[in-house]
Ligand binder design. Structure first.
Ligand SMILES: Nc1nc2c(ncn2[C@@H]2O[C@H](COP(=O)(O)OP(=O)(O)OP(=O)(O)O)[C@@H](O)[C@H]2O)c(=O)[nH]1
Length: 357
């Protein structure tokens, strides 16, 4: 494949439901010694920027869309960020957009066809969907986004194969095939895949998408295939306001974000946490509330610990590790986010704050 300077910049859209393994895949792509430079755009659900901080440092520039809901930001933030990037052409070889687990990939993909400037200079290379082998079947029943993410995919990673047995794996694969017989399917653990199978696929198939969604190329609100509508003033239920990381505050309970019954609550504190309080609390919490807490994540500052601790949960499965030392000029603020249904924000906040050392 000859690369000429006039060639359009390939864009890879990474999608997949909450906690499926998108960031894990992104970090793999970025850590590989491919000698390429990518611009990364991440979209967060909720207002405390955590995903951004979970992406490996390296040379990449990470642009954050913090409005929490890609359906509303798609014609604003995303186009604005890409326009900015395009003005510095030649400085990177590809753009990777990681969407929030709750995003419908359609409006994201659409951006690359409806905006003239963006369309002239970029090409949507592939929609890559990471599917959680353990939870996808359940989500296909109750979350329309999960189904759309599978339907739109050019490449699908059935990830977390370690958490299911052979029968369950065969079942989830059959379900995926039932929704999308065209995508390339790979079974992975920790999103481990040869990046050549993910990047530069030349795979996004407009004809197939138009079959799925005839109104795909129409401007405005032509692309409903959701239970709820997304529009210019966005009836999707997300609240939009400037985000505030809460630095400098003793603690800061942030407004909940609602998507139908899906909500995100986030808290932060600059008091160091006691690991002997935090872990029992969070383990007990997900053991009891795991079915309604779809996703949890946090960046934590423990007392007398020079390292940032990154904590992650998907339902009742928890995982965590030291990430890197806190930098000298970095405020040691612990931030935690819960995404789920019918969350008791007050109790979560009280529980979190009671973990102070
Ligand atoms: N057991 C197991 N855990 C995995 C695997 N891949 C990723 N995880 C864990 O699953 C959690 C979620 O992974 P992420 O890569 O952050 O998922 P994500 O899709 O980016 O999550 P959101 O951005 O919140 O939607 C982390 O704790 C990962 O370490 C896997 O193959 N097996």
């Amino acid at each position: 494949m000859a690369e000429t300077p006039s060639e359009k910049i390939p864009v890879t859209v990474l999608t997949g439901y909450l906690g499926a393994g998108k960031t894990t895949l992104l970090n793999r792509i970025l850590s590989e010694p491919h000698g390429k430079k990518f611009a990364v755009i991440v979209n967060e659900f909720g207002e405390i920027g955590i995903d951004n901080d979970l992406v490996v440092g390296a040379d990449e520039e990470v642009f954050e869309m913090n409005n929490g809901c890609i359906c509303c930001t798609v014609r604003g933030d995303l186009i604005r960020i890409i326009d900015g990037l395009l003005r510095r052409k030649g400085q990177f070889d590809g753009i990777i957009v990681e969407t929030t687990g709750l995003a419908d990939p359609a409006p994201v993909a659409q951006t690359f066809f409806v905006d003239e400037e963006v369309q002239a200079k970029t090409k949507l290379d592939a929609v890559v969907t990471v599917a959680d082998a353990k939870w996808l079947s359940d989500r296909l029943k109750d979350a329309p986004e999960a189904k759309n993410q599978v339907a739109f995919a050019d490449v699908i990673l059935i990830n977390k194969t370690d958490l299911v047995n052979a029968d369950e794996l065969a079942e989830v694969e059959a379900r995926i095939r039932g929704i999308n017989p065209y995508a390339k399917l790979y079974r992975t653990q920790k999103s481990a895949i040869d990046i050549g199978k993910v990047l530069n696929q030349g795979a996004f198939d407009l004809d197939r998408i138009l079959e799925l969604e005839p109104a795909f190329l129409e401007e405005g609100e032509g692309h409903h295939h959701h239970d709820h509508e997304h529009g210019p003033d966005c009836g999707c239920g997300h609240e939009h306001h400037d985000h505030d990381h809460g630095h400098g505050h003793h603690h800061h309970g942030l407004k909940a974000v609602h998507d139908a019954e899906m909500q995100s609550v986030a808290f932060s504190t600059d008091k160091p946490l006691d690991p002997d309080k935090f872990f029992p609390w969070v383990q007990d919490l997900v053991a009891k509330e795991g079915p309604s807490i779809l996703r949890s994540k946090g960046i934590l500052a423990f007392k007398d610990d020079p390292d940032r601790f990154v904590f992650q949960g998907v339902h009742m499965i928890l995982d965590g590790d030291h990430q890197r030392p806190w930098k000298d000029d970095e405020k040691k603020v612990s931030r935690i986010v819960f995404i789920g249904r019918k969350l008791d924000a007050k109790a979560l906040e009280a529980g979190f704050l009671s973990c102070a050392a």
